[in-house]
Design a protein around this ligand. Structure first.
Ligand code: SF4
Ligand code: SF4
Length: 446
């Protein structure tokens, strides 16, 4: 989704204002007033679908923002309803009045982080999550620990599930470490005539949990005529931080990402994780108050492309080999709802001879992953995951394809609980297999 910054001039942090919010970028009253309370968004909202509570719907949350702007204090119950929002943006797609709920909830979350005191347990869990996920080296250490076999041993005792269900959820989602990691060169030349020079964001979770996706992305882009640069100075893009109201941390990550890719001098910045791509396209909003970045970041954000977008823009030149497989394509919320990218991955998959594409019922409803939402809310996340897994299983497809590491982990865990036998892959891994002439079994198809 393209961004028009709604923020006016900088306001110092912590300036008190009446009501739930301080004066530093509260949710915009103007955007709040765009909601005409029609309720068209309700059926696509996962929390409203789960609980049927008005205050856990987009309309209800906007009402809470309005009351916060009108003087209501920030109560625990208000925060609970904001926290329960997955940030899936299905309501943005569904809303006929164009309500920019994405901007509203982002501003609200930053206010919650500044102005609400969380319980010590909640604070500790969030601190642990943010001390781990945005840091590649720490994630790598976690993978090394996984290889010792200890996590499986702990899981078998059932103790973690009993005493720390949120940590148990986190442990259950991590896929087994790959047998070998394919190195990602700093520069990979285009195959044949060069058509573009692109930079690749390797990501934290994508890079550590699904390194094969990055390797496949580099091969496919090179096969389609791109020089692929992987800036070594890049780190976390800040998506998890921004989606959880950790504004200052997100800004630090965003500045570093902008610097790294500007220095690389690329035509486009390619992202293969939907959550990362959506927040990088929104950097102009995040850094609007920063005079050193406000101008530059607009040019940067305009160059950000999901991998399926750039491949569709370039048009395919690399020959596709047949891949006899039935595919259920799952729309990652941050690709479909937040970036409006739905047609491109489907068109790319349909180009593969022998591949049959099947649609999943209730495709607009989130799988329950939503960044770290499934770790913070394990029970409803499991319910949403099971619902998604049932809809996927009903397609009878032998391969599930999606474009976000969080969705892959969440859906894999849900399908595993059902005992479903189905392969799982990122869109770009399917393209890679077709270009290289690999069989469906290379994608884990049984
Ligand atoms: S972002 Fe998703 S969970 Fe949040 S209000 Fe909108 S539809 Fe509901
Ligand atoms: S957010 Fe949009 S769809 Fe939902 S109630 Fe408001 S105007 Fe209607």
């Amino acid at each position: 989704m393209t961004t028009t910054p709604e923020r006016s001039g900088p306001v110092p942090l912590g300036v008190p204002a009446p009501g739930a919010f301080d004066a530093h970028h509260p949710p915009s009253a103007e955007l709040v007033s765009d909601c005409v309370h029609c309720g068209f968004c309700l059926t696509t909202c996962p929390t409203y679908t789960l609980w049927g509570e008005e205050m856990d719907s987009p309309r209800g949350r906007i009402y809470l923002m309005k009351s916060g702007l009108e003087g209501e204090p920030m109560t625990d119950s208000m925060v609970q309803h904001f926290d329960a929002c997955l940030g899936c943006m299905a309501c943005v797609t569904a809303c006929p009045s164009g309500v920019q709920y994405d901007k509203l909830i982002e501003a609200t979350r930053a206010q919650v982080e500044r102005n609400h005191t969380r319980t010590p347990k909640d604070r500790a869990l969030r601190t642990a999550i943010f001390a781990l996920f945005p840091h590649k080296r720490r994630l790598r250490a976690l993978r090394a620990y996984q290889r010792t076999g200890m996590p499986a041993l702990v899981r078998r005792t059932g103790l973690l599930e009993r005493f720390a269900p949120k940590l148990a959820m986190m442990a259950s989602l991590a896929p087994p470490p790959p047998d070998k990691r394919e190195p990602i060169p700093a520069r990979t030349p285009a195959v044949g005539r060069r058509r573009a020079v692109v930079g690749l964001l390797t990501g934290c979770v994508q890079g550590e949990f699904f390194p094969g996706v990055n390797a496949a992305t580099v091969r496919v882009l090179a096969a389609e005529g791109c020089d692929v640069i992987v800036p070594q100075a890049q780190g976390c893009c800040g998506a998890l931080s921004v989606h959880n109201g950790r504004d200052e941390e997100a800004k630090r990550f965003a500045r570093r990402t902008v610097d790294a890719f500007e220095a690389a001098g690329v035509d486009a910045v390619v992202v293969n994780a939907a959550g990362c791509g959506s927040s990088m396209k929104e950097y102009a909003l995040l850094l609007a108050d920063d005079p050193a970045y406000a101008q530059r970041v607009e040019a940067f954000a305009a160059r950000v492309r999901d991998v399926s977008e750039i491949l569709a823009e370039l048009g395919s030149v690399a020959p596709r080999h047949p891949l006899e497989v039935s595919v259920a394509y799952h729309d990652a919320c941050h690709l479909a709802h937040a970036q409006g990218v739905r047609a491109q991955p489907r068109a790319l998959l349909r180009e593969i001879p022998g591949l049959e594409l099947r649609e999943i019922a209730e495709s607009a409803i989130c799988c329950g992953s939503a960044g770290i939402w499934n770790v913070l809310n394990p029970e409803p996340a499991r319910e949403l995951g099971d619902r998604k897994a049932a809809n996927i299983a009903a397609t009878g497809a032998s391969l599930l394809v999606t474009a976000n590491p969080g969705c892959l982990m969440q859906v894999a865990a849900s399908l595993q609980r059902r005992g479903a036998r189905i392969g799982m892959a990122h869109t770009v891994e399917v393209l890679d297999a077709s270009i290289r002439g690999l069989p469906p079994s290379a994608l884990g198809v049984p």
